[in-house]
Design a protein around this ligand. Sequence first.
Ligand SMILES: [Zn+2]
Length: 458
Amino acid sequence: MTEIELLEQSIRLHSRLYDKGTPLITDGEYDELVRKRHRLLGGDAAQPVAPAVVGAPVPAGSPKVAHPAVMLSLNNASDLLERAEAWHAIVRRTKDAEGYADLKIDGMALRLEYQDGALTGAATRGDGAIGENVFENALRIVDVPRKLRQEVSGRISVVGEAYIPNSHFILLNNDREQAGEEPYTSPRNTAAGGMRHSDPEEVATRGIRFFAYGLLHSDRPRGFSYHSEVMVWLAAMGFKVVEHGIGGLRTESDVEGAFSALLERSQDVGYDCDGVVVKLDNLAAREILGSGRTAPNWAFACKFAAKAERTRLNHVYFSVGRTGAVTPVGEVQPVVIGDVTVSRLTLHNKDIIDELDLRIGDSILVKRAGDVIPAVAEVFTDERTGDERRIEFPSVCPACASKLARPENEARICCRNTLLCPEQLQRGLEHFVGQDYMAVRGMGPALIRQLIAQGLVK
Ligand SMILES: [Zn+2]
């Protein structure tokens, strides 16, 4: 396969996963794939494999909203050299350029609309021009003010990121595991899924929060000269604004210094960040630089090195949850990713395995999505030797041999032998004795297993 073909295969895969609401890479990474293909084709992308848009179009049937100004994506600078180049491209065309660096939160971009100080609308980025109407859901985010703290006449659009704090994400997944449900893949996907969920209460359940990072549009002049002024104003209006911003960047080494400082900060802010955004602080100078088709010329994203490593899928087994869900679990050649050793990971369900075209023996890229849960981000199909084996799904329960069923419209398969399946009993009892109010001392998983084996628990 040529590099172009591989790239197109990857673009199609990630586009499909995005449409299904289970993306494995960020919008920025997706954009980068599309741009890389564009570059390889020598700028001739007349027949795009994927829509040449910023994000992904709003699915048919979802309520749409046109943005008052395009919600742009960002160009990426992936290493020291590219950061220096990107900064020089800005400085070259502006006098007295001052940069402002912010943490780039890995969540879902939202636009909030205020009319005379009252929240009147909310939309996802969608393809940049048209987003999905998520007003009802945005009303459930505790950080989103329904009314601005001061009177603001006219119409403004505030942009920012909906996200889930890591501590809450871990609690959510503990609850799901206890309930025998498939864990969420990452804070970002869970935030994105919650914002687009048909039940707005999911936003509160998932603990979705919001940071504002700019003013996209205003129907009249507000007298701001600098982005840093806008941030102070947004905070005064009642928004939580992206923390730890560093202004006054003038030289290449200032930009490098801010990048390093923010990389260090990102380790303990308690939410996922996938990089740093460097932008021109002077708003008039931004006008002069203007924007390209998908990204502004006055800002760029510096990505943090992805927490991903190559390894090999050695074996797949199927685990039975408390409620009977049978989940494929992959055993990989142990690999250290961001100071955690990963030796097994959930493969979720058959649909995702099919999308990835994953086989036993494949070389894979494992990413610790959301810093928490390892997931297969890529399968190196071009490295196959022919010895790889397809992942066969069992037709009977690996624990009790009763026939497995696939609930309608669901990707998971289930053991319905609720009362007698030893694994369901095991998980159920672990859950039961795990509750604080039970406080059954000395009743660990090993003892439970023994009791079930001896037929003492039914
Ligand atoms: Zn069973």
